[in-house]
Design a protein around this ligand. Structure first.
Ligand code: ZN
Length: 246
């Protein structure tokens, strides 16, 4: 059983009736329903939930994979919360970041770059190309699929060199974007995926859901030994004169 937490900013859905119509109950509740799987135990949470911004130490400790959606309140998240998320990823928690979550404090902290990109909120026809078909996140995903409307994010995307570019998106206005990329951070696996503008229905698309389910399975923690590091390592073979070495 993979313990999944879907964390959402949950502000657009509260403040804008149109967004509430697209994602009733909030993006987190819609994703909880769409990602339902016998292998997943899904919890939802959101920014203004409690004093821990919906990410209490207890919840983080009991999360194998954290799904993240945020946008207009990226600055409201405290540095302390961002640091606690990054520390959990460093220790092995998977982290899946959607859409404008690329500008969130935890993601930028872990990337170490600005994570900026060009953008245009014109609800453009988008083709998502599968550029790494052998990757577990791309399992069962066609060579290309279409989103009928999405916010354009385009190059240059200021991220470190990814482990894999699993998807590249093309937008009707001509821009392209490395929109599905993976990273390793300490013991943790990270997947960034661009769809999910709050006024678009991309998160309902069957291939987007398939990709997110694949990503959860891929990002789940793998038990690792000695993740604290810094311990003395006895030699595997006898080293005769080690006491005389300086
Ligand atoms: Zn957006």
């Amino acid at each position: 059983m993979i313990r999944v937490t879907v964390w959402n900013e949950y502000i657009h859905e509260v403040e804008e009736p149109f967004v509430a119509q697209v994602y009733p109950g909030g993006i987190h509740e819609v994703l909880r329903r769409l990602l339902e799987d016998v292998d997943f135990e899904i919890t939802t949470s959101y920014l203004r939930k409690d004093e821990y911004q919906g990410l209490s130490p207890e919840l983080l400790k009991n999360t194998d994979v954290l799904l993240w959606w945020s946008h207009c309140a990226n600055d409201e998240l405290s540095d302390d919360t961002a640091a606690r998320v990054a520390e959990r990823v460093r220790s092995g928690m998977g982290y899946i970041v959607l859409h404008a979550g690329r500008n969130s404090k935890p993601f930028k902290l872990m990337m170490g770059t600005r994570c900026s990109a060009v953008w245009r909120d014109w609800n453009e026809r988008t083709f998502v190309w599968n550029t790494c078909p052998s990757h577990p996140i791309a399992a069962g995903v066609p060579e290309v699929f279409e989103l009928e409307g999405e916010e354009m994010y385009g190059e240059y995307f200021d991220i470190p060199r990814p482990d894999d570019v699993v998807f590249v998106s093309w937008f009707a206005g001509g821009n392209v974007f490395r929109g599905g990329v993976t990273f390793t951070y300490g013991q943790g696996k990270i997947f960034y995926f661009h769809p999910g503008h709050e006024r678009c229905r991309s998160l309902y698309h069957e291939n987007v859901i398939k990709i997110l389910k694949n990503a959860v399975c891929w990002a789940k923690p793998v038990p690792a030994k000695n993740i604290d590091g810094g311990v003395f390592a006895p030699p595997l073979t006898e080293i005769a004169d080690h006491e005389n070495r300086t």
